[in-house]
Design a protein around this ligand. Structure first.
Ligand code: SAH
Length: 374
């Protein structure tokens, strides 16, 4: 469908490419010539790794299409298999396709803004085996869902939840805010390492759980936590890294801009019986300087910013606070390089950099870097 930009490239070559992207950006943008960049950690089996899928649904000249958008368009490429998704998805799509055809389900049309079913979203817990299916619809009027539920129960191992999500808006955003549970409790659970997470239709969860565990363990290794260590986890999302760190640290402060993510973070802490964490909602560039001024301090800082990297006010506060180590988790090597340079010019040295392949067959790469106070 074009979603995987480099699927035709041999997998080892993909990994080499990603290592080179990181090295080149560090050199060119960060002026970091001698820093140790390890080979990108890849997957043993780089297919079927995704735990979440979002399929738009369209009716074109009387033909039903379920699949992915062609690049830079809203045409759907009809698919019966997606090789990077969990295998259960192929079966789920097949069952829903039959349901739509047999029950003559009304399909949403973007142009006229008419019709009911818009998207099919699936989430699979890799360790729990649990499966959630979300039907995104303009209204709660999908016919004979009981029959669909029976078929999913009979044929899909681990099927635990069917949710109808209501999205009435003219928008590219897939999910609306209202969820109606039609079967099960509208949640699945999954584990990363020893930690348990509850996942609902709207909550964010890393899409490649196998590599996520490797990435987080690497971050934890670089954080090198010892008794009494206090940690800031900046840009913490639903607190996955925070909880990982809290297993070893004395106390972890998490900061994140999305309020719902922080709700999930607090819930996840409770679910795992952990009370050595505190979470703050707001812009990191405002919250971090504020709580530092109030006296909250850390000797290890972890940052995991969005693609645009860290705000300078965040970096300045880190420099002022003088933690022994900064662990930088990045989804964009070029802003990583820029920010590493900034910290190198202010008393830190970048010790080592480890790229991890979370998105085989795409050009994206995640990287963990360790900086130490000089
Ligand atoms: N560490 C988390 C999520 C990292 S993704 C995990 O591994 O799951 C980056 C996060 O930064 C997102 O959750 C996003 O909502 C948040 N974010 C984006 N801009 C922000 C800002 N200015 N201040 C605080 N958080 C921000």
């Amino acid at each position: 469908c074009g979603g995987c930009q480099i699927q035709e490239l041999d997998y080892q070559k993909q990994l080499d490419l990603k290592t080179n992207i990181v090295k080149e950006d560090l050199k060119r943008i960060g002026g970091l010539e001698d820093v140790q960049v390890f080979d990108t950690i890849g997957m043993e089996k780089p297919f079927r790794y995704r735990n979440k899928a979002q399929f738009p649904v369209q009716m074109e000249d009387g033909k039903l299409k379920i699949g992915f958008y062609r690049k830079k368009s809203h045409d759907i490429i009809d698919i019966d298999k997606c090789l990077i998704q969990d295998e259960k998805n192929d079966l789920i799509i097949d069952i829903i396709r039959k349901y739509i055809e047999e029950e003559n389900i009304s399909i949403y049309d973007e142009k006229s803004h008419k019709g009911i079913l818009r998207h099919i979203v699936t989430k699979v817990g890799f360790t729990s085996g649990q499966v959630m299916v979300v039907l995104v619809a303009t209204e709660d009027r999908l016919k004979n869902l009981d029959r669909l539920i029976e078929n999913l129960k009979d044929q899909v191992e681990g099927f635990t939840s069917l949710v109808v999500n209501i999205n009435k808006d003219k928008t590219n955003v897939i999910l609306g805010l209202k969820n109606i549970n039609k079967y099960g409790n509208g949640k699945i659970v999954d584990n990363i390492g020893d930690l348990k997470f509850e996942i609902s239709p709207l909550s964010f969860f890393q899409v490649n759980p196998i590599q996520t565990e490797i990435l987080y363990n690497k971050a934890l290794e670089y954080a090198d936590l010892k008794e009494g260590d206090r940690v800031f986890d900046i840009y913490c999302g639903i607190g996955t890294i925070s909880l990982f760190l809290a297993q070893k640290a004395e106390f972890v402060y998490g900061v994140e801009i999305v309020e719902d993510a922080i709700k999930d973070a607090r819930l996840n802490a409770k679910l795992n019986g952990m009370d050595n964490l505190e979470f703050f909602v707001g812009k990191a560039e405002e919250v971090v300087p504020e709580i530092y001024k109030e006296g909250k301090k850390a000797n290890v800082v972890v940052v995991d910013p969005p693609r645009k990297g860290c705000d300078e006010r965040v970096l300045d506060t880190i420099v002022e606070m003088e933690p022994d180590r900064v662990v930088y988790v990045s989804c964009n090597p070029s802003t990583l390089a820029r920010d590493l340079r900034y910290l190198e010019d202010r008393g830190y040295r970048c010790e080592k950099v480890q790229p991890v392949d979370l998105f085989p067959h795409s050009v994206h790469v995640e990287t963990v870097a360790l900086l130490s106070k000089l």
